[in-house]
Structure formats: C-alpha cells, structure tokens
Design a protein around this ligand. Sequence first.
Ligand SMILES: *Cc1c(COP(=O)(O)O)cnc(C)c1O
Length: 426
Amino acid sequence: MLTTKDLLALDRKLLWHPYASTRTPYPANLAASASGTRIHLADGTELIDAVSSWWCVCHGHNHPAIVEAVRRQAEKLMQIMFAGFTHKPAIHLAELLTAALPPRLNKVFFSDSGSVSVECALKMALQYQYARGERTRNRFATVRGGYHGDTIGAMSVSDPEGMHQMFEGVLGRHFFAPRPAVRFTEAWDPAAFEPMETLLERHGNEIAAVILEPVFQGANAMNFYHPEYLRMLREATRERGILLILDEVATGFGRTGKFFAMHYANITPDILCVGKGLTGGAITLAATVASEEVADAISAVPPGKFMHGPTFMANPLACAAGCASLELFNQYDWAGNVAAIEAQLRRELETLRPLENVADVRALGAVGVVELKRTPTPETVQEIVLQTGVWLRPFGNWLYTMPPFITTPAEITTIVNAMREIASRH
Ligand SMILES: *Cc1c(COP(=O)(O)O)cnc(C)c1O
C-alpha cells in the first residue's frame, strides 16, 4: 500500500497541476472523499470547501440526488456519439435549461468545458455574420478584466495583461474597451459606457460580436459592475448588427444571487455560455445556447451547419447530473440561502477592511472578495488552510470565497476568520 507521502511524491514526479510549475509546485493535498461543504483528506483532515472546488459545486459535494442520477445513468448508457443519436438526459436537460432562460434562447449546443463553450460561441458569431454576408465582421470586442477560458480563442478575448504577450503570435487581434468603471453598488453614470460606445462606433463594421461576463468579472478582476452597462451594451450592439455573447460560465446557476446574472439587467443575449455549475459541479459539461435567429441564419446558408462537434458532446452521465442539479434548485430555497450568505459576507468581511494589508472588500451573492495589498505566499496559505480547516485558494492579491449554497452561517464565520488570518499575515 502506498502511503500518502508516497502518493504525493508520485504526484510530484508525474503530474502537472493547473497554472503550476513542475519545479516548485504549490503544495497539493490528497483528497479522499467529499460531501456537502466538506472535503476529507486521506490523512483524516477535514476542510470546509470555501471555493466550491473552483466555483462549481453549488449544492455541495456528492449531493445524494446527483450521485443517484449518475449511478442510474451509468448502468444504462455512459457514452454515445451525439451525431446520429440522442438520449433522454440530453433532451431533458435542454428542456430544464431553456425553461430557466428567456424564450429567445432556445438552441442548446453541449460541449465539454467552459472554454469550449466560449470557442463555440465565438464560432457561432463568426458563422452568423458570414451567413448574412457580413464578411468584414471577423473580430470581437470585449472589456478589460475579462476571463473566458484557457483555449486559444477564449484567451484571445480575455484580459490582455495576463497571457497575451507570450501567445501574441497566435492570438487574434480583438478590441478591448476599459473595464466597466461603475461598481455594482455605486450610482450609475452614463459616461462609463462612452469608451465602449466609441469603440463600437469606430469599428462596428469589423465586429462580429461583443463577449463579456455579466455583472461579475471573475478570474481576471473579481469585480462586480453596474448592470446598466449591460443594458446600454445590449442596445448599442443591437443597433449595429453586432451579436452579444454573455459568458455566464461562472455567474450562472445562482452564484450572484439571481439565477443568471443577466437577470440583473433584464437583457437577453444572442448567445449564452454556461458551464461550471451546470452539473452541480459533479462532472464537466458546458453549453452554448443560441437564439433561434442565430441558429436559423447559420443553418440557412451553405454550408448550412454549425462546424463543431466534440467527441463527448452531451455525455449522458454529465447530462444526468445536470438534470438532477437543475431539479435541486426547485427543492430548497437556494435564493434565500444565497441572499443570507451575501448579507453575512458583507457584514463580516467589512471587519477585515481596517487591516493594514487590505485594499478593499466586496460581496455579491455567494461571492466574497478581499483585495489584499501584498500577495500571500502559497506556504502561508497552506499553513492557514490546515490550521483553520478552511480550503481557500487566492489568485494573486484576490483572497475570495465562493461557498456552496448550503454553507451554514457558522461555516461562513469560520471561512471569514480564515480569510482574516491570511490577510493579517505580514
Ligand atoms: C471558468 C470560466 C471559463 C472556463 O471554463 P473551463 O471549464 O475552465 O474551461 C470561462 N468563462 C468564465 C467566465 C469562467 O469563469
């Protein structure tokens, strides 16, 4: 039997972790199981998952209803090609998903991950403009501070500060407006939309679509902005024949307090990307949902089909998990829980604001952010994780929590205290 130490040594020898060096990897914990808000390590240590395992596990880990749905599906059909076949889990999931969306969004294209759903959205926008004879519209516009995934296309519309330099040769040249300047909690100022308006006015004929994350800019900004920006953007794109793509991979399924963040602005995009929480975080699955108009335009003109088709498209196990997860939203007061988590995070994170190392604190829905002045070291974070029993994983200066919606008030307090420990170091 290999000990934990042996396994971690093998991990170090053979595996490459996300955004990691193979020479000096971040410490890795050996997970054995998880349930609800808790992750159990092989050595018996229990951690509260304060980041929902990268923002996915909205109802908590291994929810019995999702486990049961996957188990039952596994006995019948684990995988089948989606060309020439369909199956009940995919059909039912498309029904549940579109029922939660504005009626215009009714063509569901499943894929494997959030990044791929973004690739599909970008390709749909290009094919749509091509089909309409708008052959000059082959670039995208977005805002700074965005994050849309790690594949080449998704990276090309993500914040240019990060990885653009290294990959410059292959990234398309797209248009970046400044990040939305008015915060969610501030009074709206129409001047904040002017840079985007000017960009669209100047380059409108080259732009196929605008893509952005509604209300909450995640991995590259951890910032909440005013929904009025989205209302103005919806108008400005519509007037110019530019499509609007909303990337709700992080914000979808209740994370910001509304079921979708676009509901804060009461707008409907032409194309929507969802992922992360789609299966309740159980299995990787994403979807790109297009309006009838987009789907129809692409289908009307040769080649008359959308040119994409992942091998594991609409995997039955993932779709079964998705159905179970969407049904769970009707079985408990998730919105009440998220509102209570937001109120508690706002109140308790405020007590961290006076700390010398804290630049800002903010919260919306089940997202709480502490912006630090100095980046904590991985070793400090790991030490405090084990000492407090709270799993936190800051990126750079953003120390944040995105707990599962079933996290109790006592657990939220424990999470905030662990954040305080990290923020108070040096
Ligand atoms: C995480 C994320 C993605 C990428 O999803 P993956 O499943 O990691 O490929 C895309 N867009 C947003 C907004 C995300 O938060």
